[in-house]
Design a protein around this ligand. Structure first.
Ligand code: AP5
Ligand code: MG
Length: 223
């Protein structure tokens, strides 16, 4: 199963990704988590992207495309993967097509901007894995600690309201066109076109998850 999650920053991609990778035993490819790991390591890539990420802007396409292609070529992606946070521009989407990387299902999690701003202030993440929580809506079992490792949770630097607003503007400008792109993909590709589904993200975490799993089950029973 090759799944792509689209949606604005804070729509719940990372939260739902946890459920999907567990259910389908596929790796999660979160470009945001990969980049944050590079920043934490202080690698050359990390130094190159740190400021861009803190400002809520997009890392240059070619940097991201190289990173994702390399990741997808690894053995554990042979039977599928989940893309979370990639593609984010038309040129990134085109790079998948150029490399003949087919996607089975594209899921857009839709959440309004005002709801996003509310959510981000309460988000906490586990830096090692990227696991995401919310102090009210999706709290960890022990306050401030990751459920699996017991390690400390942190607040992301780009979750300040001002930066969230920049990220939303970048989303509307550069990433939202991908919704039309994937909805309009069908005629040219025929059966190879990914199935596109929009899910209402302003529902309880469990309900959003249930609807996503239903879509994926439907897909596997159709093919
Ligand atoms: P990235 O890490 O991908 O950030 P993002 O897209 O802004 O998305 P988020 O991780 O902020 O949100 P999410 O949808 O995963 O939501 P979550 O599940 O955590 O990217 C960071 C940066 O890296 C970018 O700004 C850019 O600089 C760079 N980058 C990454 N990929 C790139 C690319 N392809 N090209 C160029 N640059 C790139 O949920 C959010 C909060 O809401 C949590 O607290 C959660 O608990 C809560 N929540 C989730 N679901 C619900 C619900 N149903 N109800 C209530 N609360 C909920
Ligand atoms: Mg995320």
């Amino acid at each position: 199963m090759r799944v792509m999650l689209l949606g604005s920053p804070g729509a719940g991609k990372g939260t739902q990704a946890q459920l999907i990778v567990e259910q389908y035993q596929i790796p999660q490819i979160s470009t945001g988590t990969m980049l944050r790991a590079a920043v934490a390591e202080g690698s050359e890539l990390g130094q190159q992207v740190q400021k861009i990420m803190e400002n809520g802007e997009l890392v240059p396409d070619q940097v991201i495309i190289d990173l994702v292609k390399k990741r997808i070529s690894q053995l554990d992606c042979e039977n599928g993967f989940l893309l979370d946070g990639f593609p984010r521009t038309l040129s990134q989407a085109q790079s998948l097509r150029d490399a003949n990387i087919e996607i089975d299902v594209v899921i857009e999690i839709f959440v309004s901007d005002e709801e996003i701003v509310k959510r981000m202030s309460g988000r906490r993440i586990h830096p090692g894995s990227g696991r995401s929580y919310h102090i009210d809506f999706n709290p960890p079992k022990i306050s401030g600690k990751d459920d699996l490792s017991g390690e400390d949770l942190i607040q992301r630097k780009d979750d300040r309201e001002e930066t969230v607003r920049t990220r939303l503007a970048v989303y509307h400008d550069q990433t939202k066109p991908l919704i039309d792109y994937y909805q309009g993909y069908v005629p040219e590709l025929g059966k190879k076109a990914p199935k596109f589904v929009q899910i209402n993200g302003i529902q309880e975490v469990q309900e959003v998850g249930k609807q996503i799993l239903t879509v994926l089950e439907q897909y596997t029973s159709d093919v």
